[in-house]
Structure formats: structure tokens, C-alpha cells
Design a protein around this ligand. Structure first.
Ligand SMILES: O=C(O)CCC(=O)C(=O)O
Ligand SMILES: [Fe+2]
Length: 286
């Protein structure tokens, strides 16, 4: 039986948000551990963008087992990146995993080493659990982030690089210390580059309440950015000085087939190219 409730959802926000809470009581009994799809909240951002948040995606014990593995065995690096023409040390550790043969990911002048799923077998278990929780999804790459304390953060950005479809779904799994996850609607003039230079509060103008949302991402939770969230919204995990413990976050993504993306990269900018590529931009590959 599916029950739809509209609740005043204050836990996640500085402002009061209206959420639909969907409780699928059947899934609680039928789906085996580690999945717990009993509590799934959706936030409609409008214009085809949506956030889904599952606070207990995996049990706390399972989440700590994965946290310990990732903390110890991932070859974390803290690269130097280019932001607004300056070299800065990225304010968190990172690692990148992708299916062999797909377009290489790069951002802010940094091209991470591409590890494979076979390098870290427990990542396959997490990927399987995400696929089970999100029927129809087919993620083929993963960006890992480790925040070693409240000084580590990710600035305002959207994950709208050309190697992803415009309406790509991103699944974000969190382990360890709880941190705030903020969403802000893009203005027409908003820069779409990553901004790891400063905490968001210093750079951005005040947004209206309807144009900002905030979640507390719990240990073992899953947050999904759906539809046009990357095109129309930015997100960040700001500094929180009281958050002393380590947090690990995994964002599962879907890279579209490499030939299409290589072509897009080669001809980027040409009006005619954009025109004939238009129907292909949202082409989703298995
Ligand atoms: O740590 C998070 O929750 C978000 C990470 C993120 O947005 C990214 O790596 O693109
Ligand atoms: Fe992101």
C-alpha cells in the first residue's frame, strides 16, 4: 500500500519546506538488507528537477563497514586545481572510478586518474545497492570525496560537464559525519564553474527562500538529484566548523558513450554542430 503524506519538513532546512513523504510499507518487508526503502522523501524543485532523499539507505553497521574500507583503502589525493586563474589546493580528498573505455572526466584543469570497479570490489556492492534502490538507473562512474573535518567543503557548482547528459541522474551516498547539503537555483548570470575558492556565503547574493533548500545528509543516506537539477540548480557542502569527524561521499554518475562526447568536445561552440547534435544531447546509453 502506498500512502502519500504532505509534511512540514523542518529537520532539513533553515526554512520550512513542503515535502511529499512516500511510505511504501511493502518494500520494508520484501527488500533484503542492506536496502531500506521505507522512508523516501521527494522534493519537487519545479521545471523537471527533483530531489529524492532516503535517510536510511543502508543500515548503520553496513555503512560503517563501507566507511572503514573506503577510508583505509582508497588512494585519496588532494589535487591542486585552477579556480578563476589561480592554483588552489582542493579543499577535500578525492578519487575517481569509471568503466573502462569511457570519456575521461576533468574539472578545473585537473584530470583524475581513472580507477576501475575491480580495483575496489566493495564499490561494486555499493553500486549494486544503489541500482536496486533506483530501478532503471545505470551508473558507470563514481566520484569519491572525503571531508576530513569541518574545514573541508565543496563550493557552489553543478555537475553539468559535457560528458554527462543534460538530464543525468546523480546518486549521492554519504557515510560518517553528517554535513549540510545546500541547493540554490541558478540565476541567468550564475557562473557554472566549480567554485572551490571561497565558501559560498562570501560570493553569492542572497537567494529567495523558494530558491534555496538544505538537507542534512546522514550516515548511510542516499540523495538523488534528478531531471534538470544540474542544468537549473547549484549545490554545495559548506564549511561547518563544528563537524569535526570525517565524512565520505560517493556520487554515482552516468557518462554517455564516448564517441558522442568526443565529437561534442571537438566541435563545441559551432552553431550548426549544436543544431544537429540537439536530438543527441539527451541520448542515454546502456
Ligand atoms: O559531498 C557531497 O555531498 C557532494 C559532492 C559533490 O557535489 C560533487 O562531488 O560533485
Ligand atoms: Fe556535485
Amino acid at each position: 500500500m502506498i500512502v502519500v503524506l504532505v509534511v512540514n519538513y523542518e529537520e532539513f532546512g533553515r526554512m520550512s519546506l513542503r515535502f511529499k513523504e512516500v511510505i511504501d510499507s511493502e518494500s520494508e518487508t520484501k527488500i533484503p538488507r542492506p536496502l531500506d526503502l521505507g522512508r523516501r522523501q521527494t522534493l519537487d524543485l519545479g521545471n523537471g528537477s527533483e530531489i529524492v532523499y532516503i535517510s536510511k539507505f543502508v543500515s548503520s553497521d553496513q555503512a560503517w563497514t563501507w566507511f572503514d574500507f573506503l577510508n583505509q583503502h582508497i588512494p585519496w589525493t588532494r589535487p591542486t586545481i585552477r579556480v578563476f586563474g589561480r592554483s588552489v589546493v582542493q579543499p577535500r580528498d578525492t578519487c575517481y572510478v569509471v568503466n573502462p573505455g569511457l570519456t575521461t572526466y576533468s574539472y578545473s584543469g585537473y584530470k583524475p586518474h581513472a580507477y576501475t570497479w575491480d580495483d575496489f570490489p566493495p564499490l561494486k556492492d555499493i553500486l549494486n545497492a544503489v541500482h536496486e534502490a533506483l530501478p532503471g538507473s545505470s551508473f558507470n562512474s563514481l566520484l569519491l570525496n572525503r571531508y576530513k573535518g569541518g574545514n573541508d567543503y565543496v563550493g557552489w557548482h553543478s555537475d553539468d560537464e559535457k560528458l554527462y547528459a543534460l538530464n543525468q541522474e546523480i546518486a549521492s551516498v554519504s557515510f560518517g559525519c553528517e554535513r549540510d547539503f545546500l541547493l540554490k537555483k541558478k540565476s541567468n548570470k550564475t557562473s557554472q564553474r566549480r567554485n572551490d575558492e571561497e565558501p559560498p556565503a562570501k560570493k553569492s547574493k542572497k537567494s529567495s527562500v523558494a530558491d534555496t533548500h538544505s538537507f542534512v545528509l546522514k550516515h548511510g543516506s542516499l540523495l538523488v538529484m534528478k531531471g534538470y537539477t544540474q542544468r537549473d540548480w547549484m549545490h554545495s557542502v559548506p564549511k561547518r566548523l563544528k563537524a569535526e569527524a570525517t565524512r565520505i561521499n560517493l556520487t554515482f554518475r552516468h557518462v554517455s558513450r564516448y564517441i558522442l562526447n568526443m565529437t561534442l568536445h571537438c566541435f563545441r561552440g559551432g552553431f550548426l554542430t549544436r543544431l544537429w547534435m540537439l536530438p543527441l544531447r539527451n541520448w542515454d546509453c546502456p
